[in-house]
Design a protein around this ligand. Structure first.
Ligand SMILES: N[C@@H](CCC(=O)N[C@@H](CS)C(=O)NCC(=O)O)C(=O)O
Length: 226
């Protein structure tokens, strides 16, 4: 039975799911939900009405880390190690990637240069944990082989940092060399590149306007609130 996937085009967590279905060639039905109010029936699929969500028959699941792991398991995709310890370590870093993604949202909403710099430092600290942790093994992604679910968890954040760096520095020029090189290699992966909508710059601008209009980034980009 084909799963139904409920997605939103600008959502970083949905981008994770899109990368996995493309990478593993998983047949599915994609249902795009807008960024505004979600229909009441959607609460039966995803209790907090968040996307991504997945429905298969009468059962549903929500949260990108759960969905991507399920999709991988459903086809034995090899995107997580089989060894329970290694798998647990990967899951931990997937959780950390979620923290980093949350910091990026806060960065977009931070007001004034000072507020922006405070959150930027928090994000850099969180990325330094990665620089000093798993990436000291010098591996591509986390498992040193093909795309892993840790790569997938970080790819949307790297997409957004790279976009913002077109007009505002985020990462320091010294330090985070491994993270930066991981980002460059991941963004060059065809399946990751294909997960970024062509109109991403417009979607990002719309996001700033609707959710972060008072922020330093919106100011830098000249995006006025609605
Ligand atoms: N931890 C969740 C986060 C999902 C999430 O926050 N999704 C956002 C969109 S990016 C959402 O649906 N927010 C509620 C809304 O937009 O109404 C996951 O990994 O799936």
């Amino acid at each position: 039975m084909e799963p139904e996937l409920f997605l939103f085009d600008f959502c970083p967590y949905c981008q994770r799911v899109s990368i996995v279905v493309a990478h593993l060639s998983i047949a599915h039905q994609a249902i795009q939900l807008g960024g505004g109010e979600r229909p009441s029936w959607f609460g039966e699929v995803s209790p907090q009405k968040t996307v991504p969500a997945l429905r298969i028959g009468s059962q549903s699941m929500f949260d990108s880390s759960v969905i991507t792991e399920y999709l991988n398991d459903s086809v034995q995709g090899g995107m997580l190690p089989a060894d329970p310890v290694e798998r647990g370590v990967c899951r931990s870093w997937i959780g950390h990637a979620g923290q980093c993604q949350g910091l990026f949202t806060r960065l977009c909403q931070a007001t004034g240069q000072g507020g922006f710099e405070t959150v930027r430092k928090e994000l850099i600290d969180a990325l330094e944990r990665i620089e000093l942790g798993p990436l000291t093994q010098g591996c591509h992604g986390f498992n040193g082989r093909a795309l892993s679910l840790v790569d997938v968890a970080m790819a949307p954040l790297f997409t957004r940092i790279a976009h913002v760096e077109n007009w505002q520095a985020i990462l320091p020029t010294i330090g985070l060399e491994r993270v930066r090189s991981w980002s460059e290699r991941l963004l060059a992966e065809p399946v990751v590149a294909a997960s970024i909508p062509d109109n991403f710059p417009i979607l990002f601008q719309r996001f700033l306007k609707n959710k972060a209009a008072d922020g330093h980034l919106a100011e830098r980009l000249g995006v006025a609130g609605s």
